[in-house]
Ligand binder design. Structure first.
Ligand code: UGA
Length: 491
């Protein structure tokens, strides 16, 4: 057991990690006051309003429970969770500061296209160091290259008062978007990397004391910072590689007649392999996999390990190839040209449960369809139209051929083909009904579509027989279809 010595925490960055993390700590540690700060006033305003800046299951409930509880209680509980732009006050009060700042891939300068941009993180550390009037524990949550904790420590020491000290911990976040609250409440591991000194280990125990309010001690792993940082990049690289593995096998199945679900099941039931991240799709996306693999590639290349860098880089290229392959298959099934054809894309988020669109496979698919002169209609239940337009970077000509629809039924009306690009539960057929979701009425969709009524299932979530009975030409990833131009071969 580790004592809970911390009662004032700040989270710097109110994004996908900082907001949910702050809310979960405030809900689980009643003696801790959490302040989540961000320099963007609009984002903080949203956190303080009824409509939160991001959609995550259970997040709104957790925050409203904390607020409701605060309204009913005495002044000490009133401010257990604060969202604010006042970084100075938050830093001065906090004993422990979580750094939850985004580190996107650099678009210019050294390492451009590969290395993460640590600019925002560095500016935040300088600001924290200049503001701090007493010792701090800084906890790096952002995914960063191995060795960054050391850089954070040096930066802090350069800018802080001579009597102020800091310990830097690496505590990478493993939550997935869409299940963030569940992942925070029931993590399969909490990794705490520290300097292997007395004060470093002491800081690590203090952080463990916070987590221990809801995480079993057996799930808390103590290690050095280098390993913690590398471990996070490695986990994402391996997960992305698994999805790419199954997707390459899916393409083999399309050419041979083998069934990808069976292949996944055969592999996944081996406990040494396990069943997760083996669902074939039109490609993986999100803000983390690509960024983290490229960061690993950059760091590996800097070590002079070129072959190892190329090995990991090929996971990213394989995903690009796979996304293109999906698009080519669609065109080929539709007779080799989709010029002037009306194609509806259902789903724009990179996966279900989130409104995040970063590196969504839908983006490159839609860009490809437009490049082939198709008319594209897009529907997503969560992603705002403005976001879709921003992500697509359309030319005026492409914009004219693009429609964003607010209803799946009007989106599919008159379509020659419908592509399921995101695995939203409400896209499911009635036959594979999931109790919580309101399934789409595919009977109606097939009625309002135009011939040849292709349904390309990029997530394998629809019921093949059902769609075919309704008159749809159903094509899914990882299984051959009679419209494929490829001959069925045996390997
Ligand atoms: C990923 C990791 O799973 C988290 O552990 C990690 O903390 C996070 O990155 C991060 O670094 O912040 P996330 O990007 O939210 O989480 O999404 P995943 O659920 O991993 O999915 C990534 C992509 O792979 C999605 O496009 C998803 O649809 C696709 N996918 C996933 C498949 O195509 N098949 C699968 O079987 C699983």
């Amino acid at each position: 057991m580790y004592p809970l010595d911390i009662n004032r925490i700040a989270c710097i960055g109110a994004g996908f990690v900082g907001g949910p993390l702050g809310a979960v700590i405030a809900s689980k540690c009643s003696s801790v006051q959490v302040t989540v700060v961000d320099k963007d006033p609009a984002r903080i305003h949203a956190w303080n309003s009824e409509s939160l800046p991001l959609h995550e299951l259970q997040l709104a409930e957790i925050i409203s429970d904390i607020r409701e509880h605060a309204e009913k209680s005495t002044e000490c509980v009133k401010s257990r969770l604060i969202f604010s732009t006042d970084i100075q006050t938050a830093v001065q009060k906090a004993q422990l500061i979580f750094l939850c700042i985004d580190t996107p891939t650099r678009t210019s300068g050294p390492g451009s296209g590969f290395a993460p941009d640590l600019g925002n993180l560095k500016r935040a550390i300088e600001a924290i160091a200049r503001t701090a009037t007493d010792d701090k524990i800084l906890v790096a949550k952002s995914t960063v290259p191995s060795g960054t904790s050391q850089v954070i420590r040096m930066l802090f020491e350069q800018h802080c008062r001579p009597d102020v000290k800091c310990e830097v911990l690496s505590n990478p976040e493993f939550l997935s978007e869409g299940t963030a609250i569940h992942d925070l409440l029931y993590p399969n591991r909490v990794v705490i990397g520290s300097q292997q000194t007395v004060s470093g280990k002491d800081a690590a125990r203090k952080l463990a004391g916070v987590y221990q309010a809801w995480v079993p001690p057996s799930r808390i792993i103590f290690t050095d910072s280098l390993s913690a940082e590398l471990g996070k990049l490695a986990a994402n690289a391996m997960l992305a590689q698994r999805v790419s593995n199954i997707n390459t096998l899916g393409t083999i199945c399309e050419a041979t007649g083998a069934r990808i679900e069976s292949v996944s099941q055969i592999c996944g039931l081996d406990p040494r392999i396990g069943p997760h991240m083996l669902k074939a799709s039109l490609g993986w996306g999100g803000g983390c996999f690509q960024k983290d693999i490229l960061s690993l590639v950059n760091a590996t290349r800097k070590l002079g390990l070129d072959q190892i860098a190329s090995y990991w880089e090929s996971v990213v290229w394989m995903n690009e190839h796979h996304k293109l392959n999906f698009q080519k298959r669609l065109v080929s099934c539709m007779g080799g040209s989709i010029k002037g054809r009306s194609i509806t894309v259902l789903g724009f988020a990179f996966k279900k449960g989130t409104s995040d669109t970063k590196n969504s496979p839908a983006i490159s698919l839609i860009r490809g369809l437009l490049a082939c002169q198709a008319q594209v209609i897009i529907y997503d239940p969560m992603v705002p139209a403005k976001q879709i337009i921003t992500d697509l970077h359309l030319t005026p000509g492409e914009l004219e051929r693009t429609t964003i629809s607010h209803s799946p039924y009007s989106a599919c009306s008159g379509a020659n083909a419908v592509v399921v690009a995101t695995d939203w539960d409400n896209f499911l057929c009635e036959l594979s009904r999931n109790d919580e979701a309101q399934p789409l009425n595919w009977e109606h969709i097939l009625k309002v579509m135009q011939e040849p009524k292709f349904i390309f299932d990029g997530r394998n979530i629809l019921d093949c027989d059902f769609i075919r009975k309704l008159g749809g030409r159903y094509v899914r990833v990882g299984s051959p279809s009679e419209w494929d131009q490829l001959p069925v071969a045996s390997l």
